[in-house]
Design a binder for this molecule. Structure first.
Ligand code: GTP
Length: 293
């Protein structure tokens, strides 16, 4: 069988189980989001590599998972455009529920490219015979490429879903190497976690241009040591990030460390500091957030 690769977007109204689905498809918890809209076209939220395919799951700008009000805030066109360059979109709904909010999302989906309807939470349906009429009703509303009822939580029908996704992908070499997926992506995710916390805790106070550089990333005796610099543009942004008596940075550190521990399944020692991009004498370590508090 030829090797295939492709990009996949998972969309749907809040609470239908998109994150759960993603996590179960990729086998670990690496779905990360921040409150700010992304500037990049697509952000990778997870990768699954099988013997015959590599699945790259992306978050769609203006359509981010875990955003409650995003549909009100973003122009529909942007959403449709950004969705049109993935290979396949998964439109997730809940079993036996298809309301106005689902329809609103559905209206934004491109019609010139495959959309798979994923009916999640089938485990909650006690009388399975009610599912069929429901499926028929929803399927009349859009030319879906396929309809797959699943239970993300129970891993039910996920193999079938993966096979269906693969059908819509092109032959091609893996985009990400196997080794890259373990270490490099963990580094990348560590940086994403810190960035997410910065935005969560500081929101609009901080410009979108900040970045996070992982300067050291190593594992020693069951402990992951992460040294990360938050890079800001201007000196004046530094005190905002650090906060009174280092409070903000400490909170960013504590929350980041917790997420990293959950993600890596290891104890994490995290050292965080703020660096000014153009700065000369600014490489100072402001806070040490220990791996056990
Ligand atoms: N019974 C059942 N519950 C599920 C299933 N999948 C997800 N859930 C639950 O549904 C709730 C929402 O799941 P999420 O994965 O956070 O949903 P989401 O679509 O990412 O939600 P937003 O982040 O708000 O967009 C959680 O309580 C999940 O545990 C499933 O297959 N069966």
């Amino acid at each position: 069988m030829e090797f295939r690769t492709g990009y996949i977007a998972i969309v749907g109204r809040p609470n239908v189980g998109k994150s759960t689905l993603l996590n179960h498809l990729i086998g670990q918890k690496i779905s990360i989001t921040s409150r700010k809209a992304q500037t990049t076209r697509h952000r990778i939220v997870g990768i699954r590599t099988d013997a015959d395919a590599q699945y790259v799951f992306v978050d769609t700008p203006g359509f981010q998972m875990q955003h409650q009000n995003v549909l009100n805030r973003v122009m529909n066109r942007t959403v449709t455009q950004s969705l049109s360059d993935v290979d396949v979109a998964l439109f997730v709904i809940e079993s036996m529920r298809f309301d106005a909010r689902d329809e609103k999302v559905l209206a934004l989906l491109p019609r010139n490219q495959p959309v798979v309807l994923v009916i999640n939470k089938t485990d909650k349906v006690s009388d399975k015979s009610t599912l069929l009429p429901f499926i028929e009703k929803v399927s009349a509303s859009f030319p879906f490429a396929a309809i797959i009822p699943v239970s993300a939580k129970r891993d039910s029908q996920l193999t079938e879903l993966v096979q269906e996704i693969r059908r819509h992908m092109q032959e091609g070499e893996p985009i990400y190497g196997e080794d890259e997926i373990t270490d490099r992506s963990e580094r990348f995710l560590a940086a994403e976690i810190v960035r997410e916390k910065v935005f969560r805790l500081l929101g609009d106070e901080i410009p979108y241009s900040i970045s996070v550089e992982i300067e050291k990333f190593e594992t020693e005796g069951g402990m992951r040591r992460v040294y990360a610099a938050i890079i800001v543009d201007r000196d004046s942004q530094k005190p905002i990030l650090i906060g009174k008596k280092g409070e903000k940075l400490k909170e960013i550190g504590t929350q980041s460390r917790k997420d990293m521990e959950e993600l890596f399944g290891l104890k994490v020692y995290l050292e965080l500091w703020v660096k000014v991009k153009s700065g000369w004498a600014d490489d100072e370590r402001a806070v040490k957030s220990l791996g056990y508090e």
